[in-house]
Design a protein around this ligand. Sequence first.
Ligand SMILES: Cc1cc2nc3c(=O)[nH]c(=O)nc-3n(C[C@H](O)[C@H](O)[C@H](O)COP(=O)(O)OP(=O)(O)OC[C@H]3O[C@@H](n4cnc5c(N)ncnc54)[C@H](O)[C@@H]3O)c2cc1C
Ligand SMILES: *[C@@H]1O[C@H](CO)[C@@H](O)[C@H](O)[C@H]1NC(C)=O
Ligand SMILES: *[C@@H]1O[C@H](CO)[C@@H](O)[C@H](O)[C@H]1NC(C)=O
Length: 425
Amino acid sequence: MDSIPETNVAIVGAGLAGLTLALALHARSIPCSIYELRDPTVKTTGALMLSPNALKVLDSLQVYDRIRSKGYNFTNIAFKNADEETTDLYPLGDEQQYGYKALRIYRQTLLEQLRAMLHARSIPITYGKKFHQVLSASATGVRFAFADGTSASASLLIGTDGIHSTVRKYVSPSTTPTYSGTLAITCAIPSSALQFPADKDYSVLPVAIHGTLGTFVLAPQDVDGSEVLAGTQKKYPEQPREEWDRLFAGKDKLLAMLSEDKSSWPSLVQSALGAVPKETLSIWPYYTVPKLPCWSSSSHCNRVIILGDAAHAIPPTAGQGASQAFEDAFSLALLLSKLLSSQLATSDLAAALGIWQTYRQERIDRVIALTLKLNNTRLPKGERENLDQKMIWSSERDLGELEWLYNHDIEAAVLRALGEAAGPR
Ligand SMILES: Cc1cc2nc3c(=O)[nH]c(=O)nc-3n(C[C@H](O)[C@H](O)[C@H](O)COP(=O)(O)OP(=O)(O)OC[C@H]3O[C@@H](n4cnc5c(N)ncnc54)[C@H](O)[C@@H]3O)c2cc1C
Ligand SMILES: *[C@@H]1O[C@H](CO)[C@@H](O)[C@H](O)[C@H]1NC(C)=O
Ligand SMILES: *[C@@H]1O[C@H](CO)[C@@H](O)[C@H](O)[C@H]1NC(C)=O
């Protein structure tokens, strides 16, 4: 029987998943510490879109109150055709319907708030520590080493080390991220530079314009919407990491790629392309992690676990990457607290983790199915018309569907999965 001794959970990676996991464990009185490769002074760029399911997790961990006024609130993203007519509205949040508006917030702002909360709770983060390997594992714990030759031990080792996870090699040795063939090119433009045509309705932002060349997105960010993310995606062959870095660094080439066939875009997009601050140009090649058979390592007595992007990096169209990582973290902390307090029908770690993974994977699979439907709205008209219309997102038909995504009660779902009545704790 692998019951968990009340010692320390070690978390590898202080990204969104790792920091949230630490807060969730702390809230359930499970001690933990984090090891992070990078130095905290390294600044991240870009903004994230957070949906109601993510904000609910962050709210229950007291994070939402700290970030709600630090981002851009909105409800729908408008889909437009090449003539700039609105074809559909897709909700990314809604206070009445789902409890929260969507929040677009800089990743750096969110990381800083999370780190401050860990600091206030005296949860240790050791920076500049690169996880290297597992040394040994038993039914009571795991010993592991860092790249600098030092080592540590813990009752559990949880890898939240992102899409290129090192911890994953103990869970699924042969898995590597798969390139989707698509590259996003983005930049950040002052909203004041955008020239909205007087005869078109742009009352709803963000907007995704499905033009003749592809889809162009304009998404306000910063508290007052004074900046917009602008960008499009293109088919692009896979490159080795150094070449992706080179592409990112070559701002003139990126601007040329983003501006290709500029005159075929609506005038609004042209106004954006005429105002690109070069230093804000960025790329995002879409890599995903294929479905894994297991999120913990049975050959290490299930003492090594992964979650977040390490376990399931997904394509971006539904805007759920970070949100699903938050759900993973919150639900795992709940599961472990139930195991520790022997409130489970099973005290078997392997069985409990199996139930947790099945629950998590079902949600990830549904997000991927939703992503495919949203992808299909972006296909050229001819291809779209040839598809089974049920395979294309339509608010009219599918709106009710978002309830499962946004109005999800993690606690009830975990307890139900564990076969326990969802009574008072
Ligand atoms: C450009 C871009 C835009 C995105 N926009 C959105 C969005 O709008 N909405 C959304 O929901 N999602 C979005 N995502 C996806 C989202 O960023 C990820 O799903 C999320 O960051 C996953 O969190 P994570 O903590 O699992 O991984 P990460 O955020 O990648 O964190 C991993 C951490 O582990 C550390 N680490 C790695 N290896 C080691 C090691 N060996 N030892 C110690 N530490 C290590 C890393 O330094 C890092 O801090 C976007 C992603 C990108 C790239
Ligand atoms: C966003 O909405 C929330 C909830 O209504 C509110 O508390 C917050 O202040 C809003 N943020 C901004 C920047 O207006
Ligand atoms: C949706 O499109 C993106 C970008 O082309 C791609 O990475 C992803 O694999 C697609 N998703 C699905 C489920 O087809």
